[in-house]
Design a protein around this ligand. Sequence first.
Ligand code: LLP
Length: 422
Amino acid sequence: MSFPIPTLSRIGGELQLESVSLTELAHQYGTPTYVYSARAMRDAYGAYAEALAGVPSQVCYAVKANSNLAVLGVFARLGAGFDIVSGGELSRVLAAGGRAEKVVFSGVGKRGDEIAQAIECGIQCFNIESAAELDQISRIASYLGKTAPVAFRVNPAVDPKTHPYISTGLRSNKFGVDFDEALALYRRAQTLPGLRVSGIACHIGSQLLDPAPVVEAADKVLGLVDRLAAEGILLDHIDLGGGLGIRYQDEAPPSVADYLAPLIARFGQRREKLCFEPGRSLVGNAGLLLTRVELLKHGVEKNFAVVDAAMNDLARPALYDAYHASVPVSERQGTAAACYDIVGPICESGDFLARERELAIADGDLLALLSAGAYGMTMSSNYNTRPRAAEVLVDGERTFLARSRETVESLYLNEHALPASF
Ligand code: LLP
């Protein structure tokens, strides 16, 4: 089967991302290192742009998937908007060259200072997730003498049929305002100072492989938009969230065009702008985590390949039992394959990156963990005082160090050793 990363290939036994040898990258930048393909990101964005050609629309890249400034820069140059969930992400978008007026701000717990920051910057819209937040934004905007554009993120109560940790559109989830309360909230928003009702938003979950629940949610949203219009509440945009899944192993997600087709059929001719907030489908299969085998450990029941990356670098396997393909960077001749769990050096049994993989490897070999461009680096930590990995962006034959590897000293820069006087 082909690699899930479209710009990854094996040439003469050696893995190459675009035109760059991963062995050379490891020599130059060390390991563990996240490596991203600019072309894969541009192509993934291009698929959305192409499918939406001629439809008044906007693609807002979900920053949480991968918030490196260089990655944000790739999307900013393509004219993308951005979906943020914190003031920190807003600062990153602006530092990377993104435009505030193309930013939508989601999240159930926006702080007052973050709301003020976003209003001052002139973002496109707040996706409001509760009645309390509506009042809060009205208050802050009034205090600042500004008008905040708002949408309600409605919870359509449909089952997205994905991992329970990443489904967000169920009644039991904390996300969004209850669908049946939305109408009353819109009416109320019309009467509050400092607000301009601008849209509606809906996001039901992530890594969705079946488009049917999204279409079901979209139909519910459409019904609500029409009811609002009947009351004279006209919206500028309809935001159908992110969520499109990718191939990690043998999943068969719909293409971007197939995923969007039923939505464009419903919304394409309307006056409201159609917006999306994809994260994973833009960057997930544009990235890999490059790691080196420290040693092989042959146990009675299991073999382990202990590598220099760990759950602090890539948390998805430990957190969701997620699958990431693990591929040797250089093909070995004459080494027998064996079955390995690929584990990190962290003191937790949950510190695995892959399990039961048939691999012909030896100490010192390089491995690539694929499909790690989304929710990889952004979910990393410094557990066990492990400096975070470097990040490198590849474009054709060029490489760009997008983030230097952290130093140990930098990890305790904000800490204070106890003085004798205390
Ligand atoms: N919009 C909103 C409001 C979201 O909550 C999310 C993701 C997105 C857009 C982007 O969704 P995407 O297109 O990437 O599916 N850490 C998990 C995924 C958490 C997703 C959270 N929300 C993972 O590693 O699978």
